[in-house]
Design a protein around this ligand. Structure first.
Ligand SMILES: Nc1nc2c(ncn2[C@@H]2O[C@H](COP(=O)(O)OP(=O)(O)OP(=O)(O)O)[C@@H](O)[C@H]2O)c(=O)[nH]1
Length: 770
């Protein structure tokens, strides 16, 4: 029996008939991977038969009306404002409060004081609500929706990463004026990484210059996903009254002080009638590109029925082939309810978003185990977010299979520890609601269970584990020192932040003995320093921010190195022979460093090989050119020698480290620096000043767009040249310009900068190689 394919029929069998083809599409890459692994390694074809679980009638009914969604977008697109409306219309909150509103209450999902003061989202917040959705036939059904509102600033990108890891669908919010912006592209990439289908919402349709059609074009060309409007606006800018639903062919208006009353009409206003017909045609044509049924109807010149159209939109969206586009204005309370109907109509149920686990008793090349959100299946849950609270650690989890009860014992897949679930809650931003039990496909939180972000919990009956989320490397660091004596709160705070946020790193520099914190940007680190002051009463002074330089090698270098210490006491002997060579980033493993053992005939006994590998990774921690970590390198160990008495793991580890240091300069190392994509939006009159400012920072302009009265410039600039840019831009544009930046890649620094960094490192490290 072949490896991969035999595992999938039961997942397909378990799924409702309507989503089998989608499941198949989404499982295909896993299947392909599995069958390749099987083809390459014929010996491993005897994979165990995993028990199969069918979805019961009860499961199917519950899952049909369940949605787990995220709200993600570029900074300030209106995610929190939109979520506030969603919570209001679903009856979750009694009133609407604005982000930075005059009532000083702030939006529900921005519960941290710092978020309310700065008017930005820093942490993702989870909530849930019920929505009675109207379907394409006008029927009403109640849906349970779990929502995670995520930050837009790239400094807090891990929050988006962890949310998208566990969500089944998302609303991608775009600004009707600015369109696809730099972080829209980042969020798009993150959605693709976790195969998250999305519907798009073009917000801020009330703004002067709003142009949804330009934005849709950008979704198609810049994000490269077929998209079409499922609505057209009635009225423009501050005259926006409602939308025409192109699927149900109804005009939808909002009445009441907060747009809470929906009024539907079959009369499409004359001023938009022809335009709406044209856009409905465009929707059908776009769908025909990705859906066979609509494609065939188009060829036969037949108009799809409402039901055919709605089902095709759902199929294509869930199948990650299409994004239906909604539009409205969150702040003006226009067209949020139809978007909620769209969430229920077009985003997947938990059973349509297949998840997989790996059997930890099998090699990593073994096929993945598909998970089925059946209550009868053994429990599997993923911890995706941690928070230290008044009652101990609060762990947000996504249930993938089975159910969990308060008081139940669960197993930590990584450590094998058995723990009791003392308290089970559903989160509503910073408030919580105690519950007794939670079923598959749900999101909840547990108290008092120690674990890390990305850990798996099981019921102990199997050894499956799920993959964690992608964690980007930090790009910036600074030295941190408490004012006065260092008390226990200093390390307590740092330990907590480090545990909660995998992109926040802390280490003590071996030479300077300074505490160094690293993260995703200046704002990221600034927020933690401020939180130390507010939450832990620890005032800190910080050093100048430094970018996270790296080193890499540009050519291969051979080594033949003997580590020998035979003076007094136990001796040490190890000889290693091999090559260090440049390595490209491997998309599949997510790594750009590697170790390969080609030693034959036991010249180095097998039990010393892991020590060699460890020695190599240790040597990579600090390159001798500038003291920064080395990336993009592989060590191939070809030969060596050992001594029956004096050889040890330590001797081989030191031998590899010595060998690496000895030949490092022969591999022609270079220093790399982070290059950022910088996007500036400012009124048109400042265009030349802004471009000049970016050029003076050695930036390369890669895109620019001029709209009615504002422009966007996108440039690639070294992070090292971006310090102080925020106040520089404020000065250049009378405070009217805004910018965002995100990490793009590491590139070699200019030779003079390399020489400078090398000289500075040699001064601090007299033993550094010249
Ligand atoms: N004109 C207009 N302004 C809006 C609309 N929606 C939100 N805003 C404003 O845009 C600003 C940003 O809104 P937020 O809801 O904080 O945006 P966000 O995307 O959650 O922000 P971050 O999470 O910090 O990236 C606020 O000043 C809102 O009042 C809208 O529909 N029209």
């Amino acid at each position: 029996m072949r490896l991969g394919p035999h595992l999938f029929p039961f997942a397909l069998r378990a799924a409702p008939a309507s989503c089998r083809s989608t499941l198949w599409t989404r499982c295909l890459p896993i299947l392909r991977h599995a069958s390749t692994a099987a083809a390459v390694k014929p010996k491993e074809t005897e994979a165990p038969q995993y028990p199969t679980y069918d979805l019961s009638e009860k499961d199917l009914t519950r899952l049909k009306f369940q949605r787990n969604i995220g709200v993600s977008a570029h900074i300030d697109s209106g995610k929190t404002t939109l979520t506030e409306r969603i919570l209001y219309y679903t009856g979750r909150i009694r009133d609407i409060h604005e982000v930075r509103g005059r009532d000083n209450v702030g939006a529900k999902m921005d519960s941290m004081d710092l978020e309310r003061e700065k008017g930005i989202t820093i942490q993702s917040a989870a909530t849930f609500c019920d929505w009675v959705a109207t379907d394409y036939e006008g029927n009403k059904e109640k849906y349970a929706i779990n929502i995670i509102d995520t930050p837009g600033h790239v400094d807090f990108t891990i929050e988006v990463e962890r949310a998208l890891r566990v969500l089944d669908g998302a609303i991608l919010v775009l600004c009707a004026v600015s369109g696809v912006q730099s972080q829209t592209t980042t969020v798009d990439r993150q959605m693709r990484r976790y195969n998250v289908p999305r519907i798009s919402f073009i917000n801020k349709m009330d703004r002067p210059g709003a142009n949804p059609w330009r934005v849709i074009n950008q979704i198609r060309t810049k994000l490269k996903i077929p998209a079409a409007a499922v609505q057209v606006p009635i009225g423009v800018e501050d005259e926006l009254k409602g939308v025409v639903d192109l699927v149900r062919w109804k005009a939808i208006y909002h009445e009441g002080a907060k747009g809470q009353n929906i009024v539907e009409s079959d009369d499409i206003p004359a001023e938009v009638l022809n335009f709406a017909k044209e856009k409905r045609r465009e929707l059908i044509e776009q769908l025909a590109e990705v859906d066979d049924e609509i494609g065939e109807l188009l060829i036969m010149d037949e108009d799809p029925t409402t039901s055919q159209l709605a089902q095709a939109i759902r199929r294509a969206t869930v199948g990650l082939k299409f994004s239906p586009v909604f539009m409205g204005s969150a702040v003006k309370n226009t067209s949020v309810q139809p978007l909620l109907d769209g969430v229920c109509a077009y985003l997947p149920t938990p059973s349509e978003a297949p998840a997989v686990a790996h059997d930890t008793t099998l090699p990593t090349s073994a096929p993945a185990v598909p998970l089925v959100p059946a209550e009868a299946a053994p429990m599997m849950a993923l911890a995706f977010k941690l928070e230290e609270g008044r009652f101990g650690q609060l762990t947000y989890i996504r249930m993938y299979q089975g159910s969990m009860k308060k008081g139940q014992f669960i197993y930590h897949a990584r450590t094998g520890k058995k723990v009791k679930v003392p308290r089970l809650v559903r989160m509503h931003s910073n408030e919580m609601e105690d519950i007794e039990e939670i079923g598959p496909g749900e999101i909840c939180a547990i108290f008092g269970v120690d674990c890390a972000s990305g850990d798996t919990f099981t019921d102990g009956t199997h050894s499956y584990s799920m993959t964690s989320m992608f964690v980007p490397d930090p790009v910036i660091s600074l030295a941190l020192k408490p004012v006065g004596q260092e008390g226990p709160n200093f390390s307590r705070a740092l330990n907590r932040f480090k545990k909660e946020d995998p992109t926040f790193r802390v280490h003590v520099d071996k030479e300077s003995k300074e505490t160094i914190i690293s993260g995703m940007g200046e704002l990221h680190l600034e927020i933690y320093v401020e939180r130390m002051r507010r939450e832990y009463n620890v005032d800190c002074t910080t050093g100048k921010p430094r970018v996270a330089f790296r080193e890499t090698i540009t050519q291969s270098a051979d080594f033949a190195y003997t580590h020998k210490k035979q003076t007094g006491g136990a001796g040490q002997f190890a000889r290693v022979v091999g090559t260090v060579e440049p390595m490209e980033f491997d998309e599949e493993s997510g790594k750009d460093i590697g170790f390969e053992n080609l030693v034959m005939g036991g010249n180095i006994p097998q039990n010393y090989i892991p020590a060699c590998e460890k020695g190599f990774y240790e040597a990579l921690e600090k390159g001798t050119l500038s003291g920064n970590p080395v990336c993009g390198a592989r060590l191939v160990l070809r030969d060596g020698a050992f001594h029956s008495v004096d050889s040890s793991e330590l001797a081989f580890r030191l031998a590899i480290m010595g060998a690496f240091r000895e030949i490092y300069m022969n591999a022609k190392p270079v220093i790399l620096e982070p290059i950022m994509t910088v996007e500036v939006v400012a009124p048109s009159e400042f265009q030349s000043a802004v471009i000049g400012g970016l050029n003076s920072r050695r930036g390369t302009i890669i895109d620019s767009e001029v709209r009615e009265d504002e422009f966007t410039a996108v440039a690639e600039v070294a992070l090292n040249d971006m310090f102080g840019y925020a106040s520089f831009l404020r000065g250049q544009t009378q405070g009217k310009g805004e910018f965002s930046m995100e990490y793009k890649k590491h590139m070699p620094v200019m030779p003079d900068v390399q020489a400078e960094l090398h000289a500075a490192y040699r001064k601090t490290m007299p033993q550094a190689k010249k």
